[in-house]
Design a protein around this ligand. Structure first.
Ligand SMILES: [Mg+2]
Length: 215
């Protein structure tokens, strides 16, 4: 039990390390996507937020859920802006719901559904509005659609293509929320940067598990 819980804390810390690494690699791409109809700061926001979140999770004590709560708060503070606040709230909500475990497909799905509800409420966005919800919702639905006894690692990998398809679908949407709303027409033909970065966060979790259990 103790080892499993310790394992979960290490997974959270390594997830944030990989997520930060991935966002540094994609910072320019995310900035260019955001500049199509926004202020172009999305890559910088993600890198700044994840750097702070990673440090917070390294320094925090407690369960994997506690580390996520600390990471989410740090992300919101350091990331800034609307997307910093949204992603921070998402990570914090998931952490609170997961608490001190157990960490399995059922609890993780429930926690992500709570996170989805939080970003939907705070962002006042619906599916189809060209936001991170268009990647997160199909992913969460794909997790929820699998048998409860599916190992979380397997379920996560199986659900990832749904998030990637969600990102692709945002190309044919017109942004309606946030700063992009005014210039939404320009965003047609480009994926939503928030949906793209959310998918990088989900992929980073898979990278942690690939390291533990190479397929
Ligand atoms: Mg922006």
């Amino acid at each position: 039990m103790e080892n499993a819980a310790k394992g979960a804390e290490s997974v959270v810390r390594r997830w944030l390390a990989y997520a930060l690494e991935s966002m540094v690699v994609h910072e320019q791409e995310l900035g260019r996507l955001d500049a199509v109809a926004g202020d172009g700061d999305h890559g910088a926001t993600m890198v700044r937020g994840l750097r702070a979140a990673h440090t917070a999770a390294k320094e925090a004590n407690g369960s994997a859920g506690d580390l996520l709560v600390a990471a989410g708060a740090a992300f919101a503070d350091a990331g800034g802006g609307a997307s910093g606040a949204l992603l921070g709230a998402l990570i914090t909500t998931v952490g609170r719901a997961l608490s001190d475990g157990p960490y399995n497909l059922t609890t993780t799905t429930t926690a992500l559904q709570a996170g989805l509800a939080t970003v939907t409420r705070l962002g006042k966005a619906q599916p189809g509005d060209k936001t991170l919800i268009d990647a997160l919702q199909p992913f969460v639905d794909a997790l929820a659609g699998q048998p409860a006894d599916t190992p979380l690692i397997v379920a996560w990998r199986t659900a990832l293509p749904a998030a990637e398809a969600g990102v692709a679908a945002t190309q044919t949407m017109v942004a309606k929320r946030g700063r992009a709303a005014k210039l939404g027409e320009r965003s047609f033909g480009h994926p939503d940067p928030g949906a793209v970065s959310l998918t990088y966060l989900l992929q980073a979790m898979s990278t942690v598990w690939d390291e533990n259990h190479p397929s």
